[in-house]
Design a binder for this molecule. Structure first.
Ligand code: BGC
Length: 864
């Protein structure tokens, strides 16, 4: 047995932490069976000194072991390793080392900005007069500021660390070389509440004698256009881009020198004429940066600076075009074959001053031109003006686009490479089965997750919106957290949610809070409770629950204060209901009250976990009261629920709102609605993720399978049959009868309706957590008519695999369970096995299939 996948605060890379007791976790791997950890030893070192040696600690703990050694020195780069002891008292070798950095305790740097007094008296569009007539308002966007500071090294440097952030986006250079591989750094937070900084080891980039540290900033979320109210200048946070950085030079003799941003730095403008997340970027390669002028410096304010909590945004993959079609002189349409998010790198040569424009779109109009109507006011336009050298390469730095197609104008010879960009969350889930349509659905879900997990979980990557909508994220989180390790990413977004809470206790619709400023809608604001609960169930993260608890309590108080008769009628904000459902409208009050009861259930579970029995009791009583009010107000005879929509039954069943005896009939009504709709679903964002799990739990897994493989409208398969390579925002984003839906809201890359992904892992493959953090799992595949399926989920405790096949008369299953995890295996005929770790095979006659339905009943409690 060995410890692998070492993580500090959910990260396998080298995170920078500011918690005095960061949590250390590892996974276990072994070739043997029935292995478990009976003890561990962790050693944490810094510069050859031991900061913490736990000695051998008895027990199975391997997730979130809190550091309890000597105080962590600010700025330290710590190395840690772990040794584990198995059930036969055998000690493993030491694991490979992992590292974390300790954040800065105090900064000496100032915020610096370009001094606009040096700008021409009358602003010149484009800051240089070379505005293209058709650039319109884009020519009015301000140029990107460049900063630099030369410095001398006085001796040999043992280690150099650069801490940096910006009000805006930041690209750093040291001696002309790019620092780090992050893009769009430092990402998006509510800049009024906190700003994240990045940390880089730059020792290798130093040279003897004079060195130059430099940076260029883009408007980004701070000063650029964000959301559907694309205001300028200064948009939502501020107008002036500012840099803050400190280079810590640790000399070999033990002394420290700090080169910090201050009044000695210089700034100018250069080739980047503007950059905006929604609009695109313009680079004029003819321009050299200059003239350099002294910056304006101001002391640090009291907005907290915190280390980046999640993996940075990176370019994670490159795509080559699948076709390039000439549409006229100097006009081409490039097809990458995949709807993606990022940008295109252009390689080109030509005359000095020649201009290449790239416009980006997700889809084509029937005449073969770009369909850009759904971008609304976003332009997704990158412009490159050639310097006239032999081979030029342009790659934007401060924008991103949602696209499959690029229209390139102004040049006939060029090469484009698609650069895929997202928060670099490691993959944890793999799924494959015998049906290609389903496999394409899984790929589409993953592409939509990648494209929309950019610093925050956003709703779409192409139009003028790209906001952190709470409901979208909470419905998709169970799927997202299986596909990828989003623990650090969502922990960071958790802070955004806390920052976004309104003074009255409600959570809003979006975090960071912007534009949608009032209390959130049911299912949106509820993410303030559901997201932390889901994180705990998936990753076992208890500290996150502690951090969010007071805010969640304030939220629950807000609901109760406004709705003393226990139906959620007041304080529903924008009240979106079951957003983008088709053919059926779920009554909003029913949806709202169901969500409130569900929130109370989750609160009682969390209170139990946190050891708060009085609060647990309070929420249990509250829940019982809301359920009673719900049944009295909305549930009629024979389990009829007001609205009679698929979503009302899904919510009532999943959230355990009905008396036990009414459940089977309610489930039948759900199936009747599907039948009434020709075997189709009608659910929108709120109902869709729960639909198939609810059917399975209620014994109608066959109906869930039918929905999965359906390809007539509306269905997942319909979009795939019509070429979708990502999840569409709407079931009817495009239909044979009507063509495109309204351009006012029609994204082709929106993950919400992809929240069926959870069901693929948890029901088709059958891997479900019984206890938070996968200490105990249930393997209960539901094969339907598929021939085979296999999934692996790399949990916080190690990789879990379920792979099955049904051949002729036999159903066979292979499972792999990591050390320390207990599994209950339930075969389709109901045969049950309790097993420990290792690889095992089971087989059983096929015809017992179906009886499993009664086995895995919904607890009247929360199911992830
Ligand atoms: C967004 C959705 C969001 C919704 C709320 C839309 O514009 O794209 O993701 O949940 O608004 O109404």
């Amino acid at each position: 047995m060995r410890a692998v996948g070492l993580r500090c605060e959910h990260r396998e890379d080298t995170p920078c932490i500011d918690d005095p007791a960061p949590r250390l976790s590892w996974q276990l791997e072994s070739d043997g069976a029935d292995q478990r950890q009976t003890g561990y030893r962790v050693v944490v070192e810094h510069d050859g000194h031991t900061l913490w040696d736990t000695g051998t600690v008895d027990g199975p703990a391997s997730v979130d072991v809190a550091y309890a050694g000597r105080p962590l020195p600010p700025g330290a780069l710590c190395t840690w390793r772990v040794q584990v002891r198995d059930q036969d008292d055998r000690l493993s070798d030491w694991s490979d080392p992992a590292r974390f950095r300790v954040g800065l305790a105090a900064w000496t740097a100032c915020w610096i900005r370009r001094d606009r007094r040096y700008d021409p008296a009358v602003p010149v569009p484009g800051d240089g007069g070379e505005v293209d007539p058709d650039d319109g308002m884009l020519g009015q966007l301000p140029p990107c500021p460049y900063f630099r500071r030369p410095f001398e090294l006085r001796a040999d440097v043992a280690r150099a660390t650069l801490y940096a952030t910006a009000r805006g986006l930041l690209a750093l250079e040291l001696n002309g070389a790019r620092v780090g591989d992050a893009v769009l750094s430092p990402g998006w937070t509510d800049y009024h509440a906190r700003i994240e900084y990045a940390t880089h080891d730059v020792t290798e980039l130093l040279c003897t004698g004079t060195n130059v540290v430099g940076a260029v900033l883009g408007d980004g979320w701070y000063a650029g256009m964000v959301g559907f109210d694309a205001r300028r200048p200064g948009n939502h946070y501020g107008r002036e881009l500012e840099l803050l950085c400190e280079l810590h030079l640790e000399y070999a003799d033990g002394s420290l020198e700090v080169v910090a941003s201050d009044g000695r730095w210089e700034a100018t403008t250069g080739p980047l004429r503007y950059a905006d997340l929604l609009m695109g970027e313009r680079c004029d390669a003819r321009r050299e940066p200059g003239p350099w002028r002294q910056v304006l410096a101001r002391a640090r304010d009291d907005i907290p600076l915190v280390p980046q909590r999640a993996q940075p945004i990176r370019v994670t993959e490159e795509l080559r075009p699948v076709s390039v079609e000439r549409r006229g002189p100097g006009t081409h349409i490039v097809d990458f074959g995949q709807n993606m998010v990022g940008w295109a790198r252009l390689a080109v040569s030509g005359e000095r001053g020649a201009r290449v424009q790239m416009r980006f779109a997700e889809i084509l109009d029937p005449d073969g031109s770009l369909h850009v109507h759904n971008l609304r006011s976003a332009r997704q336009l990158d412009t490159y003006v050639l310097a006239g050298t032999t081979e030029e390469v342009f790659e934007p730095r401060f924008t991103f686009h949602g696209f499959r197609y690029v229209e390139v104008t102004g040049v006939d010879e060029f090469e484009l490479t698609g650069r895929v960009v997202h928060s670099d969350t490691p993959r944890t889930g793999w799924f494959e089965c015998s049906d290609d349509l389903v496999n394409q659905l899984w790929r589409n879900i993953n592409w939509s997750q990648r494209g929309n997990f950019i610093s925050v979980p956003t709703d779409c990557p192409q139009r003028d919106e790209r906001l952190g909508w709470l409901a979208d994220a909470q419905v998709f989180l169970p799927t997202a957290s299986l596909n990828m390790d989003v623990a650090a990413f969502m922990t960071k977004w958790g802070y955004d949610i806390l920052d976004a809470q309104l003074p009255n206790g409600s959570f809003p619709d979006v975090a960071p809070r912007l534009l949608a400023e009032r209390e959130g809608a049911p299912a949106w604001s509820d993410a303030g409770v559901i997201v932390p609960w889901t994180m705990w169930r998936r990753y076992g993260d208890r500290r996150l629950l502690e951090r969010h608890w007071p805010a969640m309590e304030r939220y629950m108080d807000f609901l109760l204060r406004h709705n003393p008769d226990l139906l959620w009628t007041v304080g529903r904000g924008n009240d979106y209901g079951d957003w983008l459902s088709v053919g059926e409208q779920t009554p909003r009050e029913v949806l709202a009250t169901a969500y409130w009861a569900y929130g109370a259930l989750l609160m009682s579970e969390i209170a139990d976990e946190l050891g708060l029995p009085d609060r647990a009791e309070h929420y249990r009583r509250l829940r019982a009261g809301i359920c009673a009010a719900f049944n009295a107000a909305y549930v009629g005879d024979d389990a009829y629920i007001e609205g009679d929509t698929q979503t009302v039954y899904v919510l009532a069943l999943h959230m355990g709102l009905l008396p036990e005896k009414a459940r089977p009939r309610a489930a039948e009504r759900l199936v009747e609605s599907i039948r009434r709709n020709g075997g189709h679903l009608t659910t929108g964002f709120v109902g869709v993720g729960l639909l198939c799990p609810t059917l399975s739990e209620a014994g109608h897994g066959d109906v869930a399978h039918e929905l999965l493989t359906k390809d007539t409208f509306p269905s997942w398969g319909y979009s795939i049959r019509h070429g979708a390579t990502t999840i569409w925002e709407r079931w009817d984003g495009w239909t044979e009868d009507r063509g495109f839906q309204t351009p006012a809201m029609n994204s082709f890359n929106h993950y919400s309706l992809g929240s069926i992904g959870q069901w693929l892992y948890e029901y088709v493959a059958g891997i479900r957590a019984v206890k938070p953090g996968y200490e105990h799992v249930l393997i209960a595949p539901e094969p339907g008519e598929l021939e085979w399926a296999r999934a692996t989920y790399r949990s916080v405790r190690g990789a879990i695999t379920s792979a099955w096949r049904q051949d002729g008369d036999t159903f066979s299953l292979e499972v792999e369970i990591p050390p320390g995890v207990r599994a209950t295996v339930v075969l389709p005929d109901g045969e049950t096995h309790e097993i420990g770790s290792g690889r095992r095979r089971f087989s059983t006659p096929r015809d017992g299939r179906g009886s499993e339905r009664e086995l895995v009943r919904a607890r009247p409690s929360a199911q992830l």
